[in-house]
Design a protein around this ligand. Structure first.
Ligand code: MN3
Length: 254
């Protein structure tokens, strides 16, 4: 079992954040009409790799259990990565564009690739954000946002407590599998909503700030049918600092 974040060819937490930041740049450029959706925007090559977790598999206990983290990361997430690698073989034009940009322009993708990109590309980008915005309570998990994100939440959504309630509601009301999200749109407006399956806010031109995975694979071993309990527990391991970094990066670009 992997308990160290060091080693291996995959991205560090910092590098992963930088990649996501670049993805945000590409997305905002496309949706603000700076380049047009058909133009390849300045973006790093798409890193289709399983990112190492920035904490041990047991680090989020008791809120998210060790076996769930292991299976979720090494079996579920990696399958999205492997499917995406296979799908993009022979599509060097797409490999050079950011995943966020591809997902924001699904309608322009080859028809045979659209569902694969939507499901596995969305799965890869959603989970990469999920891991990077979690932390054990002893290392930044829980608490409350500060700085510009805290100000924006108060001004636009009332309070952090209200954000939690809205995100939990989005997650609880999602029938079947999906996600609950806090996102920022191109106008800098914070929004909360849910998406089905692996649909990602990038598909709507929004930058996801935090997401709760409400697929049963994310919580069933510990919580069984009690999704609401999992939603409540999630906030104990949400790394608001990482969420703030995502918000500040998105707003700097906007
Ligand atoms: Mn999942």
């Amino acid at each position: 079992m992997r308990t160290e974040r060091a080693g291996g060819p995959a991205l560090s937490r910092r590098e992963l954040f930088q990649v996501m930041g670049v993805a945000g740049v590409a997305l905002l450029g496309a949706t603000q009409g700076l380049g047009g959706s058909s133009q390849t925007l300045a973006a790093e090559p798409l890193p289709i790799v399983l990112p190492p977790l920035p904490y041990a598999y047991n680090a989020l206990e008791p809120f998210i259990d060790t076996l769930t983290m292991q299976i979720h990361h090494t079996r579920h997430h990696i399958s999205y990565v492997n499917n995406l690698v296979a799908a993009l073989q022979g599509h060097s034009d797409l490999q050079s564009r950011s995943l966020a940009e591809l997902l924001a322009n699904l309608g322009d993708m080859p028809a045979a690739l659209r569902d694969i990109l939507r499901n596995n590309g969305g799965g890869h980008i959603n989970h990469s954000i999920f891991w990077a915005t979690l932390a054990p309570p002893t290392a930044g998990g829980g608490g409350a946002p500060t700085g510009s994100l805290a100000q924006a939440i108060t001004a636009q959504l009332g309070s952090v407590a209200n954000v939690k309630e809205l995100v939990n509601e989005a997650g609880a009301q999602r029938f079947g599998s999906g996600w609950g999200w806090l996102v920022v749109d191109n106008a800098g407006q914070l929004l909360v909503y849910g998406t089905p399956n692996q649909d990602t806010p990038y598909m709507q031109g929004h930058t996801p700030l935090l997401g709760i995975d409400v697929w049963e694979h994310a919580y069933y071993l510990r919580y069984q049918n009690r999704r609401a309990d999992y939603l409540e527990a999630f906030w104990n391991v949400l790394n608001w600092h990482a969420v703030e970094q995502r918000y500040e990066a998105a707003m700097t670009i906007a």
